[in-house]
Design a protein. Structure first.
Length: 687
C-alpha cells in the first residue's frame, strides 16, 4: 500500500495544496526523502451526533519529521488538547488517516497502540500527574515498569534521567513533597527514561514561574538536540518562540505560522545551535538509551504485587478502612468456625456424660454376662430396646494372620481388634455387612469356625472379598471369612475388627465380656439401678453397670446445626465486608482517574490497569484475612475462657481466613477494576 508524503515546502507563508500544512524543511536527508514520524491527513474529531455535534478538529493535515521541535499554539478551546490526545493515541479520530512511522493507526489493535505509546511516545502534561505517595525515582520509573525493563537497567535509566534534569538529589523525596518545578522535571524524566522517539508536551510550563519555565524549555531543547522529536502544545509565547516550527490551531483548523525565528532575548541556550542546522533535513543522532531484555512474566507480576502494596502504604487512611472491613469479614468467619467447634464439643461432652441410650453390663468372672438367662431378664425390663453380647480377645490370644503361622518368615502381625459379638449387637450398633445375612450365619450352630472382617481389617490382611474358601488364621486355627463389615455404624472400631463366631470360644479365650443394652432415651439411669438385682438377685454387687451413651450421631447433628448458623452469619459478614470494600475501591477509581489516564498514556494496557486494581484488592484482602484470623482466634480463646470451654482450634483455620480474605478482596475489586480498565484516558486528561 502506498504512503502519503508531506508536500514539498512552498515559499514561506504559503500553504500547501488542499489546505495541508507543509513541512518547514525540504523533506530530504542527504538528498533522500525522509519518512515522516507523524503524518496526518484530513483528521477530524467530533463529539455527539445530529444537531448536537461538536467539531473539535477539522481537516487536520500536517507532517512531523524526526528531529523536529514543533509548537502547536492557539487560544483556549481551539482543540489543542483534543489534537494531543489523538496524536498520543489516547483518543481516536472520527475521520481521516493518521500514521506513525509509516504505520496506519486505524489498523492497529488496542494492544499494539498500547505498545506504541509505551515504546515510541513520551508524555508531559501541564499538571505533571506525579503520584504523591511514590518517590521521585519511583515516579520516573513508571514507564519502565510498564515496559517490563529489568531492575538494574531501570535504576540506571532513572538515575540518568533525573541527573539530566538536575533533580537527582531529590530522587527519594515523595511526590507530594516536591515543588511545582520539581514535579514537572520529574514528569519529563519519567517521559524520557523510556527512550521515546517523540515527546508530546501539553502546556509543560503553564503552571510554572519564569525561572522554572526557562529551565524546562532548556531541557526540551537538550533532548531535541540528542535526537528526540518534540511536539509542544502551548499558549506560552516564550515556549512557542523557542520552537523551530510553529503550527497555529484555530477553531479546530490548523495552519503553519510563517515566522518561526525567536527573538534573541527569548532564545534558550540551545536555540542558536538549532537555527544553525543545514538547509537539507538532517536527523540528529539517536542518543536514546538502548534497552536490554525485558523481565519475565513472573518478575513483572512480582513488580505489580509490590506496586499494589506500595499503593496501600501510600494511602494509610484508606488502607486502614479497607483492612478493617476485611478483618471483620475474615475475623467473623474464623471466630464463628472456632466457636461453633468449641461449643459443639462442649455440648457433646455434656450429652455424652448424661448417657442417653446405652448401658454396658459386666460381671466379675464374666459368668453372669455369658448366661443367656441374663439377657432374657434384661430384655423384659421397661425401656429396653435390645441386648447384645461382645467380648474382647487379646492380641496375644488371637494371633490373627492371613497365612498359617510359620509358613512365611516374619509375617506381619495384625494390628486391629479381635472380638466375639452376637448378631443382635451388630444390629444395635447399626453395622451393615456384605452379604447382609452374614451376622445370622455367625451365630448358627452349623456354621463352624467363621468370622466377619471389618473393611479396614480386610485391607490390612489383603482380603478383597468374602468368597468361598477365603480363610484367615486365628491362634493357628483356620477360620472362614463369611462377610465384610461395610459400615461400622455407631461402633467405629468395628471397621478395623475381626468378629469371631461363638464356636471358637473354647479354643480362643475371650476377655472383658459385656452385655450392651440399648435403651429408649432417658432410661439408662433407671436401668442402671434395676439390672444388678435382676441378673444377680443373691449378689448384685458382682455386677457392674455403666451408662456410656454413644452420641456421635447427635454430635454430628449439633455440629451441623451450629455450622449452618455460623455459616449464615459468616456469609452475611463477608458480603457486608465485600460491599463496603467495593464501594471504597470504586470511589478510589473515580478519584484516581488522572493516575489511570497517566498510566494509559505511558503504555499501560487495559489488562494492566485491571490487574493493578485487582491485585490491590487481593493484597489488602489477604492482609485483612491474616489480621482477621488472628482476631478470630483471640475471640475463640477469650470466649472459651469466659465460658470455661476447651477451645478447639485447627491450625488450618488461619489459611482459611487468609484465603477467604483474598477471594473477598478480589471480588470487591472486580467491578472497580473493570471500571478502571474501561475508563477513557482522553476524557480523564480533559477533566
Amino acid at each position: 500500500m502506498g504512503r502519503d508524503r508531506a508536500p514539498r515546502r512552498p515559499a514561506r507563508g504559503h500553504r500547501a495544496r488542499g489546505g495541508a500544512v507543509s513541512d518547514p524543511a525540504n523533506g530530504t536527508q542527504n538528498g533522500v526523502d525522509t519518512e515522516p514520524l507523524l503524518s496526518l491527513r484530513g483528521i477530524g474529531r467530533h463529539f455527539g451526533s445530529g444537531t448536537g455535534t461538536t467539531h473539535a478538529l477539522r481537516d487536520i493535515t500536517f507532517d512531523v519529521f524526526p528531529g523536529e521541535f514543533v509548537a502547536i499554539i492557539g487560544p483556549s478551546g481551539s482543540g489543542k488538547s483534543t489534537l494531543l490526545n489523538v496524536l498520543g493515541l489516547l483518543d481516536t479520530a472520527s475521520e481521516g488517516e493518521y500514521r506513525i512511522a509509516g504505520s496506519s493507526v486505524s489498523s492497529l489493535s488496542q494492544r499494539q497502540r498500547d505498545t506504541l505509546r509505551a515504546h515510541t511516545l513520551g508524555f508531559v502534561f501541564q499538571a505533571s500527574h506525579i503520584l504523591p505517595g511514590e518517590s521521585a525515582a519511583e515516579n520516573a520509573a513508571l514507564g519502565l515498569r510498564i515496559q517490563g525493563v529489568a531492575l538494574p537497567e531501570r535504576r540506571a535509566a532513572v538515575r540518568g534521567a533525573l541527573e539530566r534534569l538536575g533533580i537527582l538529589a531529590r530522587a527519594q523525596a515523595l511526590g507530594k513533597n516536591l515543588s511545582g518545578g520539581e514535579r514537572q522535571r520529574v514528569a519529563i524524566a519519567r517521559a524520557i527514561a523510556t527512550g521515546p522517539r517523540l515527546l508530546l508536551a501539553d502546556e509543560p510550563t503553564g503552571a510554572l514561574d519564569s525561572e522554572n519555565s526557562a529551565r524546562i524549555i532548556e531541557h526540551l531543547h537538550t533532548l531535541n538536540a540528542e535526537g528526540v522529536t518534540i511536539l509542544v502544545i502551548t499558549h506560552d509565547p516564550v515556549v512557542a518562540a523557542s520552537a523551530t516550527r510553529r503550527l497555529v490551531l484555530t477553531d479546530g483548523r490548523i495552519r503553519e505560522e510563517a515566522g518561526v525565528a525567536a527573538a534573541p532575548q527569548q532564545e534558550p541556550p540551545h536555540h542558536a545551535a538549532l537555527q544553525a542546522r543545514p538547509a537539507h533535513r538532517t536527523t540528529p543522532p539517536d542518543r536514546r538509551p538502548a534497552r536490554g531484555r525485558t523481565r519475565s512474566g513472573i518478575a513483572r507480576f512480582g513488580d505489580e504485587i509490590l506496586e499494589a502494596i506500595s499503593t496501600h502504604a501510600g494511602r494509610p487512611g484508606r488502607t486502614m478502612m479497607l483492612l478493617f472491613a476485611f478483618l471483620l469479614g475474615a475475623g467473623g468467619l474464623v471466630g464463628s468456625i472456632g466457636l461453633s467447634q468449641s461449643a459443639a464439643a462442649q455440648v457433646s461432652q455434656r450429652l455424652t456424660s448424661a448417657g442417653l441410650d446405652e448401658v454396658v453390663v459386666s460381671s466379675l468372672g464374666g459368668g453372669i454376662v455369658t448366661d443367656p438367662a441374663s439377657s432374657t431378664r434384661i430384655r423384659e425390663l421397661e425401656g429396653v430396646v435390645g441386648v447384645g453380647y461382645r467380648a474382647q480377645v487379646s492380641a496375644v490370644n488371637a494371633r490373627v494372620s492371613l497365612l498359617p503361622p510359620g509358613t512365611v518368615a516374619e509375617q506381619p502381625g495384625f494390628t486391629g481388634r479381635t472380638m466375639y459379638a452376637s448378631a443382635e449387637y451388630l444390629r444395635l450398633v447399626t453395622a451393615t455387612t456384605r452379604p447382609a445375612s452374614a451376622p445370622a450365619v455367625l451365630e448358627a450352630t452349623w456354621s463352624g469356625d467363621v468370622a466377619l472382617v471389618g473393611a479396614a481389617a480386610a485391607r490390612e490382611l489383603g482380603i478383597a472379598e468374602a468368597a468361598p474358601g477365603m480363610r484367615i488364621f486365628v491362634a493357628g486355627t483356620p477360620v472362614e471369612v463369611i462377610g465384610i463389615i461395610t459400615s461400622a455404624g455407631r461402633e467405629s472400631l468395628l471397621d478395623s475388627s475381626v468378629v469371631l463366631s461363638p464356636a471358637l470360644a473354647d479354643r480362643v479365650r475371650g476377655e472383658q465380656a459385656e452385655l450392651v443394652v440399648r435403651t429408649q432415651p432417658g432410661y439408662p439411669a433407671a436401668l442402671a439401678a434395676a439390672i444388678p438385682p435382676i441378673v444377680a438377685p443373691g449378689n448384685p454387687g458382682v455386677v457392674t453397670v455403666q451408662t456410656v451413651a454413644d452420641l456421635r450421631a447427635l454430635q454430628r447433628g449439633v455440629n451441623a446445626d451450629l455450622g449452618t448458623l455460623v455459616g449464615i452469619i459468616s456469609i452475611v459478614l463477608l458480603v457486608l465486608a465485600c460491599l463496603s470494600a467495593a464501594t471504597s475501591m470504586y470511589l478510589t477509581v473515580r478519584a484516581r482517574a488522572a493516575e489511570i489516564a497517566l498510566r494509559r498514556a505511558v503504555g499501560a494496557s487495559r489488562a494492566m490497569i485491571w490487574r493493578m486494581f485487582t491485585l490491590e484488592g487481593a493484597t489488602i484482602g489477604a492482609a485483612g484475612g491474616l489480621a482477621g484470623s488472628a482476631a478470630g482466634i483471640a475471640m475463640v480463646l477469650v470466649a472459651s475462657g469466659v465460658q470455661q470451654w476447651t477451645p478447639i482450634l485447627d491450625p488450618a483455620i488461619i489459611g482459611v481466613g487468609v484465603l477467604v480474605g483474598t477471594l473477598t478482596g478480589i471480588a470487591a475489586a472486580a467491578y472497580p477494576a473493570l471500571v478502571a480498565a474501561r475508563a477513557d484516558p482522553a476524557q480523564a486528561i480533559r477533566e
